[in-house]
Structures are given as structure tokens and as C-alpha cells.
Design a protein around this ligand. Structure first.
Ligand code: HEC
Ligand code: HEC
Ligand code: HEC
Ligand code: HEC
Ligand code: HEC
Ligand code: HEC
Length: 301
């Protein structure tokens, strides 16, 4: 009898230890998950700040980590100049992205630089320069065109990011200046698939517009060519599909696209009303069913 009790007792302690171990293990895993807070690489703020601090840990891990500072900043010691002149307040206050001469990047990235020069943004930059030189303050555009430094962080740029990471990061970057298009893109099937569902087959801003050319796609033939990169069997009608269907969308000037927008709006509204009717029907049915059950039960008693 006593022997049996001892063995039972032993079995109990063994069980208790096991559950304790299991709980401990679970708590440990939860703690680990909390510690390693899940953060995709692109969610770090990679855009340059106006700080003069260079985070060497991040710099050394970046794509340019193996370069010496002089490869990009030779002029700091050139001509006897060391750092911007403290006396010259305009130079001190100038945003470093605006004052850096990005022609230097062309030495190692000639293709990116060449394509950038062909694009919309280079044209906008040239116009800005003209306006600056003409001295007409009123003509200054409300937003500046981007140079390399607006889209890439020279100190912390990473290579070997995945397509989804680059695409999501760039959606945010382009969106800083093209807010309306970012909003409408994220509502479009491509944005939902590419950014929210992280499907790499989807189209990101630069798949349609080109990474460094950033072409305008107002021209239907150009838009059609962009769609054909992935929709191989598309016909020219495909270019009538509205990608940026936001309130500030330029398609308002296009009667054909405008008609499509109205059609899409009507279909959306009809399907919304349909869903509400179906849901209301089922809710009502459940309610009546509960009433009947209640009625039956009360009657049975
Ligand atoms: C691949 C080229 C490149 C390398 C390498 C590089 N820089 Fe820069 N740096 C830039 C560019 C371009 C800017 C202008 C702002 C921008 O585009 O981020 C800049 C800006 C700066 C600034 C101005 C403040 C700021 O962050 O905007 C400082 C200070 C600086 N760099 C220091 C350094 C130091 C120190 C090193 C070496 C550890 C270094 N840089 C290496 C390209 C480079
Ligand atoms: C001395 C040569 C050199 C200069 C100058 C230079 N880079 Fe780079 N860059 C590199 C190398 C090397 C890599 C790494 C390539 C790799 O890992 O595939 C790189 C990678 C990059 C990447 C990441 C690309 C990727 O692989 O996805 C970007 C963005 C970039 N550079 C932008 C710039 C910009 C902007 C400038 C000008 C401020 C610049 N670079 C100046 C050599 C240079
Ligand atoms: C409007 C934003 C934008 C500007 C401005 C821009 N880039 Fe890029 N860049 C991108 C995007 C987006 C990619 C990602 C690659 C892709 O989508 O094909 C990229 C990729 C790169 C790469 C790696 C892939 C490649 O094509 O070699 C380098 C290097 C690079 N850029 C350098 C530059 C340089 C140098 C400049 C300035 C002349 C510049 N970029 C200006 C958006 C920009
Ligand atoms: C720093 C601000 C800035 C950033 C970042 C930027 N753009 Fe632009 N973009 C401009 C300006 C300014 C123009 C000139 C025309 C205008 O004002 O609309 C322009 C023009 C364009 C045009 C042609 C518009 C037209 O009406 O002809 C396209 C397309 C475009 N950008 C796409 C992009 C894409 C894609 C990205 C990201 C890879 C991007 N932009 C990032 C400021 C920016
Ligand atoms: C699936 C292809 C596609 C994607 C992805 C896309 N666009 Fe567009 N975008 C277009 C087309 C087509 C137009 C022509 C305007 C229209 O709808 O009439 C356009 C128009 C624009 C314009 C107005 C200038 C012009 O005439 O082209 C800007 C700016 C722009 N897009 C920026 C962006 C930005 C920023 C993103 C990412 C957040 C993006 N686009 C993603 C296809 C695309
Ligand atoms: C980088 C590739 C890519 C580009 C460029 C692209 N798309 Fe798409 N698109 C997709 C993918 C992936 C889907 C998801 C559905 C599928 O698998 O066919 C899709 C879906 C669609 C759909 C939903 C209906 C369908 O076919 O399933 C429409 C409409 C559409 N795209 C229009 C356009 C238009 C218009 C353009 C040009 C302005 C364009 N796309 C450019 C990749 C792309």
C-alpha cells in the first residue's frame, strides 16, 4: 500500500515538473519574441536626416561600408578647405542633400546616373535651377525635384534587399512628394498585393514608371507598354484602366478614364448595398430562429 502511494506521489511530482517546464519554456519563448521585436529592414528610416552625426555601426554594415569617406567627400580636404565655413551661414544652413554634388556617384554608378538624367525628375531639377538663376521667387515650385539623396541614403543604403522590401520602401519615399498617387496606389490591386500581401509579382511604382526615369504615363501608348511588361496579352484598351483613382487624380482631364471611374463607383456601390442586404437578411433569420426556439422551449414547459 505504502509503496503504491510513493510511486503515485513520484508520478505526480514528475507530472508537475513537466508542466512547470512547459510553462517555463512558453514564457521564455514569449520573452524572446518580445526581445527580438519584429521589424522588417525597410521600416527603418533610411532617408537622410539633417544631422551631422554619422552612425558608424550602420555605415559599416551598409552597401558603402567598405568605402573610405574620401571616395565621396574628397572636397572636404581639397583646396585647403576643412568642413563648411562657420562664417558662411547660408552654407551651414543649407540641406546637405541640396548641396552635395551627386555627379560623384556617376563614377561608380554610371548606368543609374545616365538613366536619371533622361528622366522627369532631372527635367524638373533643370527647371528649378533656371528659376533660381532667374531670381523670380514667385515661380519657385512648391516641392523640389529629387536628387539621388532624396531617394537613397548614401551612408546607410543597403544592397541585397528583397524586391518587396525595395518596393515598399520606395512607395513611402515616392509618397513623400506624390502623396495622392501613393494613397490611390495602395487602394489599387497592385498596391494591395505588393505592399500589404507582399506578393513580389505585383507592380511597384517603379515597375510602371521606371526607377530612375520616372516617366510620365499620361500618354496611353507609354502606359500600354508599361502594362505589357507583365500583362502580355493586354490590348491597348488596357491603358484605359485607372490606376490612380484618387480625388486629386489627373485622370479627371481624361473623359474616357472619367467614364470608367463612374462605372467603377457604381459597381462598388451596388455591391456594397447587396452585401448589406444579404447580411441584414441573415441577421433577421437568426433572430427569428432564436425567437422560435425560445417559444418552443417555453411551450414545452
Ligand atoms: C557613397 C558615398 C559616401 C560615403 C562613402 C560617405 N559619404 Fe558622407 N555624404 C554623402 C552624401 C551624398 C551626403 C549628402 C547627404 C545625403 O545625400 O545623404 C553626405 C553627407 C555627409 C555629412 C553631412 C551631414 C549629413 O549626414 O547629411 C557628413 C558629416 C558626412 N557625410 C560624413 C561622412 C563620413 C565621416 C564618412 C566616412 C565614414 C562618409 N560621410 C562617407 C556620401 C557619402
Ligand atoms: C567608389 C565607388 C562608389 C561611389 C562613389 C558610390 N557608390 Fe554606391 N555602391 C558602390 C558599391 C561597391 C556598392 C555595393 C554594390 C553591391 O553590393 O552589389 C554600392 C551600392 C549602392 C546602392 C545599393 C544598391 C543595391 O545593391 O541595391 C545604392 C542605392 C548606391 N550605391 C547609391 C550611391 C549614391 C547615391 C552615390 C553617390 C552619393 C554612390 N552610391 C556612390 C560603390 C560606390
Ligand atoms: C525618385 C527616386 C530615385 C532617385 C532620384 C534615384 N534613385 Fe536610385 N533607385 C531608385 C529605386 C526605386 C531603385 C530600386 C531598383 C529598381 O526598382 O529597379 C534604385 C536603385 C539604385 C541602384 C541599384 C540598382 C541599379 O540600378 O544599379 C543604384 C546604384 C542607384 N539607384 C543609384 C542612384 C544614383 C547614383 C542616383 C542619382 C543620380 C539615384 N539612384 C537616384 C530610386 C531613385
Ligand atoms: C523630393 C520629392 C520627390 C520625390 C521623392 C519623388 N518625386 Fe516624382 N516628381 C517630383 C517633382 C517636383 C516632379 C516634377 C513635376 C511635378 O511637379 O509634378 C516630379 C515628377 C514625377 C513624374 C512625372 C509627373 C508629370 O506630371 O509629368 C512621375 C511619374 C514621378 N515624379 C514619379 C515618381 C516616383 C515613381 C518616385 C519614387 C521612385 C518619385 N517620383 C519620387 C518630386 C518628387
Ligand atoms: C500599375 C502601374 C502603376 C503603378 C504601380 C504606379 N503608377 Fe503612377 N501612373 C500610372 C499610370 C498609367 C499613370 C497615368 C495617369 C492616369 O491614370 O491617367 C500614372 C500617373 C502617375 C503620376 C502623374 C504623372 C503622370 O502623368 O504620369 C505620378 C506622379 C505617379 N503616377 C506616381 C506614382 C507613384 C508615386 C507610385 C507608387 C506609389 C505609382 N505611380 C505607381 C501607372 C502606375
Ligand atoms: C510588374 C508587373 C505588373 C505591371 C507592370 C502591371 N501589372 Fe497589373 N497586375 C500584376 C499582377 C501580378 C496582378 C495580379 C493578378 C494576376 O495575377 O493577373 C495584376 C492585376 C491587374 C488587374 C486586375 C485584373 C487581372 O488581370 O487580374 C488589372 C486591371 C491590372 N493589373 C491593370 C494593370 C495596368 C492598367 C497596368 C499598366 C498601367 C498594369 N496592370 C501593370 C502585375 C503587373
Amino acid at each position: 500500500m505504502d509503496q503504491l502511494r510513493v510511486s503515485l506521489c513520484r508520478r505526480n511530482t514528475a507530472k508537475k515538473t513537466l508542466t512547470l517546464l512547459a510553462h517555463g519554456w512558453l514564457i521564455f519563448v514569449a520573452w524572446l519574441i518580445l526581445l527580438i521585436h519584429v521589424q522588417p529592414a525597410w521600416s527603418e528610416n533610411l532617408t537622410p536626416s539633417s544631422s551631422w552625426f554619422v552612425d558608424m555601426n550602420r555605415f559599416l554594415k551598409s552597401a558603402h561600408g567598405s568605402l573610405t569617406c574620401e571616395r565621396c567627400h574628397a572636397e572636404i580636404t581639397a583646396k585647403g578647405k576643412v568642413h563648411p565655413n562657420r562664417e558662411d551661414q547660408t552654407a551651414m544652413k543649407k540641406d546637405s542633400v541640396r548641396s552635395y554634388d551627386y555627379k560623384r556617384c556617376a563614377a561608380c554608378h554610371p548606368e543609374a546616373y545616365r538613366r536619371f538624367l533622361q528622366g522627369e525628375h532631372a527635367k524638373a531639377l533643370a527647371k528649378e535651377k533656371e528659376i533660381q538663376q532667374s531670381g523670380l521667387k514667385e515661380a519657385t515650385p512648391e516641392r523640389l525635384a529629387p536628387t539621388c539623396g532624396d531617394c537613397h541614403s548614401s551612408h546607410y543604403a543597403q544592397s541585397k534587399l528583397s524586391r518587396v522590401e525595395i518596393g515598399s520602401q520606395m512607395t513611402e519615399t515616392c509618397g513623400k512628394c506624390h502623396k495622392a498617387q501613393e494613397v490611390s496606389y495602395l487602394k489599387d490591386i497592385h498596391g494591395r498585393m505588393g505592399v500589404f500581401l507582399e506578393k513580389k509579382a505585383s507592380a511597384y511604382c517603379t515597375d510602371c514608371h521606371g526607377a530612375h526615369t520616372c516617366e510620365s504615363l499620361k500618354d496611353k501608348q507609354k502606359a500600354f507598354e508599361a502594362c505589357q511588361r507583365c500583362h502580355r496579352n493586354a490590348t491597348i484598351q488596357f491603358a484605359n484602366i485607372v490606376i490612380h483613382a484618387g480625388p486629386e487624380d489627373i485622370s479627371k482631364k481624361d473623359p474616357e478614364k472619367q467614364a470608367n471611374m463612374v462605372l467603377i463607383g457604381t459597381i462598388k456601390r451596388i455591391s456594397q448595398i447587396g452585401t448589406i442586404i444579404i447580411l441584414a437578411f441573415f441577421a433577421l433569420q437568426t433572430f427569428v430562429w432564436i425567437l422560435r426556439e425560445l417559444h418552443n422551449k417555453l411551450r414545452g414547459r
